[in-house]
Design a protein around this ligand. Structure first.
Ligand code: 13P
Length: 253
């Protein structure tokens, strides 16, 4: 069974105190996750250790960084390497979020280099893909997303891709309050799985968790996660509120 995941992406929000309080409020709900369910907090670098502590006794709760650098080490002032993240006990790293692609000019080559460094350091990438509005309006989203997968993932072996995590985040749905309909999400998730099955095989494709991201809220999570190929969500704004995120976790299949 592939994993069903509720991942919170805090982006550049919350002080450490607010972040710890949020995590403690969520944990106090005592949600018993099933074996195949996970909750991931993708948090700012300076809080990784602080949030690792409260989750350590909760089964299937993990921490993620929101980015890492595409070089192994060296004179890159201000950057954080995959090896550093691994050394502080991060479990996952978000790679290729559309905000990083757009505001920090991250290209396919950088993203594939980051993924390699994550894998070398025992970190699990959460690879983000998704089209801007203009591409959706031209009905070219399938080939656009396929190209993102091809450019950053197709160099990997089938072994590396078993149990991999991909997040489909249509840019027009991020932070806009406009979600993809559950049918639109299902259609793209099935397409992504099909692309991976064609390149690798159906066993690999069926093992990949494909999360939906873009204005997931407490009131729409169950419907979206209920789709056959939607294996949970990568949640921004609604993950900053304990009650909202608790409902989102409880909406996992
Ligand atoms: P929102 O849930 O705020 O739309 O953000 C989605 C996102 O970008 C998660 O990575």
């Amino acid at each position: 069974m592939r994993k069903q995941i509720a991942a919170a992406n805090w982006k550049m929000n919350l002080t450490m105190e607010q972040g710890i309080e949020l995590v403690e409020n969520i944990l106090s709900e005592n949600i018993q996750l099933k074996d195949d369910q996970e909750v991931i907090f993708a948090i700012p670098f300076p809080y990784l250790l602080a949030v690792k502590d409260p989750i350590k006794t909760s089964r299937n709760y993990f921490i993620a960084a929101q980015n890492c650098y595409f070089q192994k080490s060296g004179a890159y002032t201000g950057e954080v390497s995959a090896e550093m993240l691994s050394s502080v006990g991060a479990n996952y790293v978000i790679i290729g979020h559309s905000e990083r692609r757009e505001y920090f000019n991250e290209n396919h080559q950088m993203l594939s280099a980051k993924i390699n460094l994550c894998l070398e350091n025992n970190l699990k990438p959460i690879f983000c893909c998704g089209e801007p509005l203009s591409i959706r309006e031209a009905n070219e989203q399938n080939s656009f997303v396929e190209n993102q997968l091809k450019e950053s993932l197709f160099h990997l072996s089938a072994e590396h891709l078993k149990g991999f995590v991909i997040a489909y985040e249509p840019i027009w749905a991020i932070g806009t309050g406009k979600t993809a309909s559950s049918a639109q999400a299902q259609e793209m998730h099935a397409h992504i799985r099909n692309v991976m099955a064609n390149k690798y095989n159906s066993e690999v494709a069926d093992s990949i968790s494909i999360l939906y991201g873009g204005s997931v809220k407490a009131n729409n999570a169950a419907e979206i996660f209920g789709e056959k190929d939607v294996d949970g969500g990568l949640v921004g704004g609604a993950a900053l509120n304990a009650a909202e995120f608790i409902t989102i976790i409880k909406s996992l299949k």
